[in-house]
Write a protein that binds this ligand. Structure first.
Ligand code: MSP
Length: 479
């Protein structure tokens, strides 16, 4: 049995979960479910990133204790994953005691071996990114991702050695020992690594209270990214004393290295530099693949409360339901590229593909098959239905996989129009049987192929085929 370990980023709890978080998580869930269907032993890790200045500031702003605030938001994340049908195996929180103990152990180990040393750090810090920025990453002196000014930070700090491992990192990325996909992102990182020397990274903060204290200097807390990266390991119950505290316990020996770590393009640079270098210092193998997706835009622009173009994930769920939302997110465009969505277009797509396309085909076939002259032959099992979509899903082409399902739906619609089973039932019963058998088998096939994307719908279709009950899967939506 092949193992398959997949992770999403651990999300910040400074604010409620949004559509961007849902995008990464639904994609990871589709991949996890697909691999389960292939018979793989899957472990799917998610969680929340709960320390750092951004969260400290937000908690202060709302007048709450940071832990109480983090608890509140972490449970909102979990609720959202339930509503979206995300079947994760563990939910690691960076404020879990066991995670904190593991982080301290790593810090001590790396300090003892000289990979972490005391120094001073001076630089421009973006609180939104929780990252130091070099001048050439800024646009008009501001962080382009958050459109904010950076803070000038100059303080005593502990640093992690980076540069000494740079050439080894370049080698690992170059020979795909640590693979970065899509190719353009691998190129981007390699070109950055060959042009610029990696500065040693400051891994501690003197002025941030909300963080894990350094075991060797209680005046400092751990830099939030250093802490967060380790959740990919602690969520697996690593090291042995730090078992995962929610969901089933992972098994580091069995599941590491990760088969895929899904991230958005905004967090590629840190994932392709600090994270692999931390692993090298620890003597732990690299994840096999870092897959980077693009951003969801709204009306061609970044979603932002100030612009007022944010598409609420609750709004989507309310309007389109769990499976409708999952489908719309995954079929919106090429995974890996930026994808532009508007409520209007999502509604159109829902009506075209779900209400009229899939929903209509299902109710037509059910209605026709309820004719007593049709004897359903259930023995016609589909040998390995997922071959049809596996080529796409294995390449992270989720939209390609759904296109492939919708091609069958369109062909069947056409087939019904052309073969006119409602006439055949009166004129040629044998032909009627044949036509209906094909349609029913296709519905089974479609329901199998839909499992990773729309698990509830897939169940509903199968059940309706057994009971011959006419169902309305997706009511049409107004604007
Ligand atoms: N806490 C860090 C990750 C630490 S992992 C060791 C973090 N958290 S986050 O809450 O800001 O969001 C993380 C994920 O959400 C990223 O993969 C990011 O790309 C994704 N998205 C945030 N906005 C997005 C869109 N508008 N569209 C698609 N995904 C986006 O970064």
């Amino acid at each position: 049995m092949k193992k398959y370990f997949i992770t999403t980023p651990v999300y910040y709890v400074n604010d409620k979960p949004h559509i961007g978080h849902a995008y990464t998580s639904v994609a990871a869930d589709v991949l996890a479910r697909f691999h389960k269907l292939q018979g793989d032993d899957v472990f799917f890790l998610m969680g929340t990133d709960e320390h750092g200045l951004k969260i400290q500031k937000k908690a202060e702003e709302v007048g709450k204790d940071p832990q109480a605030y983090a608890d509140e938001i972490a449970s909102e994340f979990k609720d959202l994953w339930d509503k979206l049908g995300i079947e994760y195996d563990t939910f690691i929180r960076t404020t879990d005691e066991k995670h904190k103990a593991a982080v301290q152990k790593v810090l001590q180990t790396l300090f003892d071996k000289g990979a972490i040393y005391k120094g001073e750090y001076e630089g421009l810090y973006c609180v939104g990114c929780e990252q130091f920025k070099s001048e050439n990453e800024l646009v008009n002196g501001r962080c382009p991702d958050h459109d904010t000014d950076c803070e000038i930070v100059k303080e005593e700090s502990y640093l992690l050695k980076m540069e000494e491992l740079q050439s080894e990192l370049v080698k690992k990325i170059g020979n795909d020992e640590f693979e970065i996909k899509p190719e353009k992102y691998k190129k981007e990182i390699l070109s950055f690594l060959t042009k610029e020397k990696l500065k040693d990274v400051s891994i501690s903060r003197k002025n941030v209270k909300w963080g894990i204290p350094l075991p060797f200097d209680a005046e400092h807390t751990t830099y939030v990214w250093f802490d967060a990266f380790l959740s990919y390991l602690t969520g697996l119950g690593w090291p042995a004393f730090a078992k995962a505290s929610a969901g089933k316990d992972g098994d580091f020996e069995k599941f590491w290295p990760a088969d895929v770590q899904l991230i958005g393009k905004d967090i590629l640079r840190v994932h392709a530099t600090i994270w692999p270098i931390m692993l090298m210092h620890l003597g732990i193998p690299q994840p096999k693949l870092l897959f980077t997706h693009g951003h969801l835009l709204s009306g061609g622009r970044k979603m932002s409360k100030t612009i007022g173009n944010v598409i609420g994930i609750d709004e989507l769920l309310e309007k389109f339901g769990t499976d409708g939302t999952r489908y719309l997110l995954m079929s919106a465009g090429t995974f890996g590229e930026d994808v532009d969505v508007t409520m209007e277009r999502l509604t159109e797509k829902y009506n075209a593909d779900l209400a009229n396309g899939l929903g209509n085909l299902v109710s037509r076939v059910l209605k026709l098959s309820s004719n007593p002259k049709f004897q359903i032959q259930m023995s016609n099992k589909i040998p390995n239905p997922n071959v049809k979509t596996s080529n796409f899903i294995e390449k992270f082409e989720m939209d390609g996989a759904s296109d492939c399902i919708w091609r069958i739906i369109r062909e069947d619609d056409k087939f019904i129009e052309e073969s006119k089973p409602w006439e055949l039932v009166k004129t040629d019963e044998k032909k009627f049987q044949e036509v209906m058998q094909k349609l029913v088998s296709d519905l089974y096939l479609i329901s199998e192929l839909l499992i990773p994307f729309m698990p509830e719908t897939s169940e509903k279709i199968k059940k309706a085929l057994e009971t011959k009950e006419i169902i309305i899967l997706f009511p049409r939506m107004g604007k």
